[in-house]
Structure formats: structure tokens, C-alpha cells
Write a protein that binds this ligand. Structure first.
Ligand code: UDP
Length: 417
């Protein structure tokens, strides 16, 4: 059953929070420390640049950190580069290639990539104290630093463990023009002329995506999509992207379904910088055809409350990515105390500690096995979920992101004088 959703659920709580609102979760000393760090950077400005305002983890994080940076006194601007279909086809091909997927070079690609970045460079300004470029799409903007005294950081959110060499060799010279890079896993380091900081992405526990929800609201979301709350619900929330392996999830569900009467929810949506979404969605529709217990939910980008409710309603959350920079969907599920079955790839390995905070898998069969195992061991499932929540609380909440940036900004300033 596939469903297109057009109406957003209504938010009953504010969507922007003050730093002090996080004290009950992370403790007052953590908040005090952030203010102390920020006070050491008076009057500084920061520009964040990425390639989409909605959809995907980067936009998710920027939406939440920008207001907090402003609150602690940094003048913060978030700019999104623009580009045509041809540009985003190239950047998606680079994205897949950097994840080690098949890559076929087209002679015009580099030119399109450079020309679109050049157009963006001309229309944007880069006079801020710190410029943070997210991911490979806007990398060539670093040309704008020439003749300036400011600091440039490259925040790489993707899994660089096995990049296609040709694409990496083309992009590396841009990377080496930055002062430093941020990566999400030690496995993504490469021999580079600049420092690489290991920094995990984080979630905002107070955001609509993650805050506590009334059981009635969760029920209403299930009802709206026709999902049966009395039978087990296995869910993967992800953009419809081959690297998220939605077909593998359906395959695993079908193996489980032979023994357990469960339902599968594949909730996803597009991102404006991902032109492959509708193609993959069509493949997924084909694979799900004829099974009333598979729910394909094509959600618009503002569906935070729906995603939250679906994650909370799930018996098990799956993330069967083939490659994964980090996987905020995993963090979100762990925060909600859900037992997670996830592929042993990329940044997921920092989150899912096998048999402690979830189950790691290496194949469709392994995924099916662990889903069945957890469905028949609710006590263990509960324990994993609780340990997962604590792990996120210790390591992957938004205040960590703030602190990481502030510390690195201070370091960059210190070392340039
Ligand atoms: N997401 C969403 N709606 C969707 C699919 C994903 O809101 O239909 C959110 C998801 O909750 C998470 C982010 O998008 O916050 C995805 O981040 P992740 O790091 O898991 O993957 P990415 O899309 O960045 O590869």
C-alpha cells in the first residue's frame, strides 16, 4: 500500500528552543561550558553552506544548530547552493562513487560541477570568520577563500571508507584547501595535508522529530496510514536511495513474514539534491506490490511528527544501509529506546554496539534473522533500546555538535596566530 501525504500534522509545542531547555537532559554544567566557549568567540560570524534546505540528515542538523549558535552570540548564516538537474545528477554520481558504488565518468561532468559552483561562488559572499562547507557538492567554493584571512572547515557527512579513486582524486585538492575537515568515523580518514577531526552528527531531543509524543497522537498517525497497532511493526525511515537498500529490507521482511505476522513500514521522502528518489521509489513499489502489510509512505519534508510517531510505534527499527556516513535515523530510533537492527557499515558502527545497543547485520538473511530473534525476545529488545538511549544521550545530542564546532573554531584561531 503506498501513500502520498500532503497535510502536515500540527505541532503543539514550540519548534525553537533555548539552550537552557536542554539542561534537564544534558545537565547544567554542559550548558555552562557551551556559554563559556562561545564567550571566547565574541562577534564572530559563521557561514554554513550545503546543497539542500530540506530532506536528509544535513538539513536536519543545520535546521537545529543554527538557532542555537545565534543564541550564544555567533552571527550565523546558512546558505544553500543552487543548481540545475544536470548539476545534481553529477553530484549524485559523485556521491555514489565516493561510497564505492559503480561509476562511469562522463567528460562533461567535471565541467558542470565546476561551472555551477563558480556561479554560486559569484552570487554568495564569504567574509565570515568561519565558513563551513558541508559535503562534496559545494567543495569548489573554497576557491573564494583566496585573499581572505578567515577559516574554512569541510564537514563531510558521507561514508568515505572506500571511495572511487578517480572521483576522490579529483575532489581531494579542494579538500586540502580547507583548514580542517570533520568526518563521522575513523574509517573515513585519508592521507590528507589537513587535520581530520572525528565528529559525530547529532540529534535534537526537543525537536518535533524526537520529542515525546502522546500515545493518542501516535495511534492517530497509525490509523491515518492504516497500520495495525496490534501486530509487530518493522520500520525503516530513509530517503528512497539504493544505498539505503530498501529492496533488501523488503526481502528481509518477506523472510520474516514466513514465520511472523508482521508489517513493514518504509517511510521516506525526497531531498532536492537527490534526483534518483522517484526511480528508486518505483522499484520499491514494484517489489512491495500485492502485500497489504507493506506500507510505503512517501512523506513530504515537513513530516517530522509523523516520522517521530512511526519510529515510536515501531516494534523494531531497521537501517539496512549498504554504506552510511552516520545514519541519523539510527540515532533517532535509539533515542526512542527502539531495538535497532542495522548494517555493520560506516557511522552506524559508532551507534549500534552489537548485542549492547542493537544488532549489527551483514546480509539480508542476517537482517531477517535478527528481526525474528528480537521479535521473539522482547526482554532483550527492551534492554537494547534502553542502552541505545543512554548511548545517544552520552554521545549524540545536539549540544555535542555545538561544542565540537566551538572548540574547533577556537583551535583554528589559536593556530593561525
Ligand atoms: N527523514 C525524514 N523523512 C523521510 C526520510 C528521512 O524526515 O521521509 C529524516 C530522518 O528522520 C533523518 C534524516 O532525514 O533525520 C536522514 O538522515 P540520515 O543521516 O539517516 O540519512 P541521509 O538522508 O542524510 O543519508
Amino acid at each position: 500500500m503506498d501513500q502520498q501525504v500532503t497535510e502536515p500534522a500540527t505541532a503543539t509545542q514550540p519548534s525553537v528552543h533555548l539552550l537552557s531547555d536542554y539542561a534537564p537532559i544534558v545537565g547544567q554544567p554542559e550548558i555552562d561550558e557551551l556559554w563559556m566557549l562561545a564567550r571566547a568567540l565574541p562577534g564572530r560570524s559563521v557561514k554554513m553552506v550545503n546543497s539542500t534546505a530540506v530532506g536528509g540528515g544535513v538539513a536536519e542538523i543545520l535546521n537545529r544548530v543554527v538557532p542555537l549558535f545565534k543564541e550564544v552570540g555567533l552571527a550565523m548564516q546558512w546558505d544553500v547552493i543552487t543548481g540545475g538537474e544536470a548539476f545534481f545528477s553529477v553530484t549524485k554520481a559523485f556521491h555514489n562513487a565516493l561510497h564505492g558504488m559503480a561509476y562511469e565518468d562522463r567528460p562533461e561532468w567535471k565541467e558542470i560541477f565546476l561551472a555551477t559552483n563558480e556561479e554560486n561562488r559569484k552570487r554568495m559572499s564569504f567574509g565570515d570568520s568561519f565558513v563551513v562547507i558541508h559535503d562534496p557538492q559545494p567543495l569548489p567554493l573554497v576557491a573564494a577563500r583566496e585573499g581572505k584571512n578567515n577559516h574554512w572547515l569541510w564537514r563531510c557527512h558521507i561514508d568515505l571508507s572506500q571511495p572511487n579513486e578517480r572521483v576522490w582524486n579529483f575532489l581531494r585538492p579542494f579538500v586540502e584547501k580547507f583548514d580542517a575537515s570533520f568526518i563521522s568515523s575513523a574509517a573515513f580518514t585519508h592521507p590528507l595535508a589537513i587535520p581530520q577531526f572525528l565528529v559525530a552528527p547529532t540529534i535534537d531531543p526537543l525537536a518535533e522529530k524526537n520529542r515525546e509524543l502522546e500515545p493518542e497522537f501516535i495511534d492517530s498517525v497509525l490509523q491515518r496510514f492504516g497500520i495495525d497497532k496490534r501486530r509487530p511493526i518493522v520500520t525503516q525511515v530513509s530517503r528512497f536511495d539504493r544505498l539505503k537498500d530498501p529492496l533488501g529490507v523488503i526481502h528481509a521482511y518477506k523472510l520474516v513474514k514466513r514465520y511472523v505476522d508482521c508489517q513493514l513500514v518504509l517511510a521516506g521522502g525526497g531531498a532536492s539534491d537527490d534526483p534518483e528518489g522517484s526511480l528508486v521509489f518505483a522499484e520499491v513499489q514494484e517489489a512491495a506490490k500485492g502485500d497489504k502489510d507493506i506500507f510505503l509512505l512517501n512523506l513530504p519534508p515537513w513530516s517530522h511528527l509523523e516520522v517521530n510517531a512511526l519510529q515510536r510505534a515501531s516494534t523494531i527499527v531497521v537501517q539496512k544501509s549498504l554504506r552510511e556516513g552516520f545514519g541519523l535515523t539510527v540515532t533517532e530510533a535509539l533515542w526512542k529506546k527502539k531495538p535497532v537492527v542495522a548494517s555493520a557499515v560506516g557511522g552506524i558502527l559508532r551507534q549500534v554496539l552489537h548485542k549492547v545497543t542493537g544488532m549489527l547485520v551483514h546480509s539480508v538473511e542476517g537482517c531477517a534473522y535478527q528481526i525474528r530473534y528480537l521479535l521473539s525476545n522482547p526482554q532483550l529488545a527492551k534492554r537494547l533500546g534502553e542502552a541505545g538511549h543512554d548511548h545517544v544521550k552520552e554521545n549524540f545530542l545536539i549540544t555535542h555538535t555545538l561544542k565540537n564546532y566551538l572548540v574547533v573554531f577556537l583551535l583554528l584561531e589559536k593556530h593561525s596566530h
